[in-house]
Design a protein around this ligand. Structure first.
Ligand SMILES: [Zn+2]
Length: 289
């Protein structure tokens, strides 16, 4: 994680209005998922439910629209941040494992968040006269949003699926990720799925509400920010451990050097002493002779 990324991550975390992480911090070890009985920590990433110890304490967020997340089968469940959305907003978020995709109701207005060639900015979509919003009745250009949860290459495979082809695409305003698992060769603006969902909702709020954004969706990043802190702490500890090891090695090197020098100096001293004795003796001899 480079310094810029860390700085933007810290800035994001500092400004979030989050529920306390103390319940997560106090959890010891792992427990069984109440549904599939697999050993898990905090939540089950295959059943998308929190463990019993925390189920009543995980913050819940009501969303202004329905969200479907299509997860690529090769996306590793335990590493996916999409599940965080399912845990925090279970009534509004559904996760599908590709090739399963949702059956879209023809009467529903659905958009896909994907930066295709035809994708439009969220702001532009709202400005489109076709979708022009009447603030009084809160008419909006869409009521359901689809996100793809996968690596960049895999997302193309999902995007090309026949069942998603007719969906209009929107793209997010550029933001920097603070994800600790960065994808090789991908820019800092390539967001983790939960970041993309969060920023989408913040932008959506700013386009649909008169009042400025008040942090109401911040808890979507509840698990994400907690894990960010855990990773940062562990990195810091590793760094400190590394620095301590370097210090130890340097101290050892110095002690070895001193020992060697002493040994060398000690030999020289002995020689000098004998030289000195000889010299004294010779002096004496010379003196006495
Ligand atoms: Zn489970």
């Amino acid at each position: 994680m480079d310094d810029d990324r860390r700085a933007s991550g810290v800035l994001l975390l500092k400004n979030l209005k989050l529920a306390s992480h103390s319940v997560l911090e106090s959890m010891q070890g792992r427990s069984k998922c109440p549904k599939c009985k697999a050993s898990r920590k905090y939540y089950c990433y295959t059943c998308y439910i929190p463990l019993d110890e925390i189920k009543d304490k995980v913050p819940q967020v009501k969303l202004p629209l329905k969200i479907d997340i299509i997860k690529h089968p090769k996306e590793i469940d335990g590493k996916s941040t999409a599940v965080h959305a399912g845990l925090i907003s279970p009534d509004d978020v559904t996760i599908y494992n590709f090739p399963c995709v949702p059956d879209f109701d023809p009467s529903e207005k659905v958009v896909l968040v994907f930066p295709s060639k035809e994708a439009v900015n969220l702001d532009d979509l709202f400005k489109d006269p076709k979708y022009e919003m009447q603030r009084d009745d809160k008419a909006v250009p869409f009521t359901r949003v689809v996100f793809i949860d996968s690596t960049w290459n895999q997302s193309n495979q999902i995007f090309k699926d026949e069942r998603l082809k007719g969906l209009p695409c929107v793209m997010l305003n550029s933001r920097e990720t603070c994800f600790w698992r960065t994808q090789k060769d991908k820019p800092i603006t390539y967001l983790a799925t939960i970041e993309a969902i969060y920023y989408f909702l913040v932008d959506y709020h700013n386009l649909t509400e008169e009042a400025t954004y008040d942090g109401r969706y911040d808890n979507l990043l509840y698990f994400y920010s907690f894990m960010y802190k855990v990773v940062e702490k562990s990195n810091m500890e590793k760094k400190q451990e590394g620095m301590e090891n370097i210090r130890k090695r340097k101290r050892q090197d110095w002690e070895d050097k001193v020992k060697n020098k002493k040994a060398v100096t000690g030999e020289v001293d002995d020689d000098k002493e004998s030289e000195c004795k000889e010299s004294n003796n010779s002096n004496k001899t010379a003196f006495t002779s």
